[in-house]
Design a protein around this ligand. Structure first.
Ligand code: ATP
Length: 236
């Protein structure tokens, strides 16, 4: 297993956001977390990236206990997060944003190769490399966030709502790119409101409700599951 989350709990002050979450992500997988607003999906991601400390439980990555490891050291280990709400640097150019993604690296040739790869995946970013991030369209900013996360050459990429706010055509496009990134060797843990797309792209998925996992299975199984259909797929 690349990522193993074992019975974690997490508090925001007196609010308990996670009540004993356990999940695994195997190398090469796309795993999706789905669930309603406030279910704890983003919080689970923050626990993995180290942006928020957990109260109990354990997180292991590539066989190592990272439960108490600093967020920046987790990036060096190979975990990279493209945050919800884009989270790019608006005053910096596209190129500078991508350079920031590689700040933990020293292998110049490798960085250049990855930059080329990001521009191949996202030709729009190449066209706009000298433009300030903040002047890009919403969809382009989303792509920049994914591109920046790729620049750390992660083993595990955490994607929080990559389709948020995108037009239907762009949603298809971003999911195709996510599949491509995965096929090129990056393991992906994905949080999505768009359960239909997430389940059709993911190898496996977990359903969260109020800080607990209530169901898990392959993407296909969950797409066919009647309670998942009722609650998250908008079909009776
Ligand atoms: P969404 O899709 O709306 O982001 P989510 O499933 O990602 O939903 P979380 O954002 O993880 O849900 O929130 C889980 C719970 O923790 C919610 O009850 C939320 O109100 C609470 N919460 C999240 N962030 C904070 C915070 N910074 N301070 C206090 N409570 C928070």
């Amino acid at each position: 297993m690349l990522l193993e989350i074992d019975n974690i709990t997490l508090l925001y002050g007196r609010i308990q956001a996670l009540h004993g979450i356990s999940l695994q992500v195997d190398e090469g997988e796309i795993v999706a977390l789905i669930g309603a607003n406030g279910a704890g999906k983003s919080t689970t991601m923050r626990a993995v990236s180290g942006l928020r400390p957990i109260a109990s439980g354990q997180i292991r990555f590539a066989g190592q206990d990272i439960t108490n490891m600093r967020a920046d050291l987790r990036v060096i280990r190979g975990i990279s997060q493209a945050p919800e709400g884009r989270g790019i640097f608006p005053g910096m150019t596209v190129q500078e944003n991508l350079d920031m993604g590689a700040y933990t690296r020293r292998d110049r040739a490798g960085i250049q190769a990855d930059l080329k790869r990001v521009f191949e995946l996202f030709p729009r970013l190449s066209e706009r490399r000298k433009q300030a991030g903040g002047t890009l369209s919403g969809g382009e900013q989303q792509m920049l966030a994914v591109g920046r996360a790729l620049m750390s050459r992660p083993k595990l990429m955490l994607l929080d709502e990559p389709s948020m706010g995108l037009a239907p055509m762009l949603i298809q496009q971003i999911f195709s790119i996510i599949t491509e990134i995965n096929q090129q060797g990056t393991t992906i843990l994905l949080v999505e409101q768009n359960a239909q797309q997430a389940l059709s792209r993911a190898h496996r998925a977990y359903v969260l409700e109020t800080g607990r996992i209530v169901k898990s299975g392959t993407g296909e199984e969950l797409l066919r599951d009647s309670s998942v259909k009722d609650a998250y797929l908008g079909v009776a």
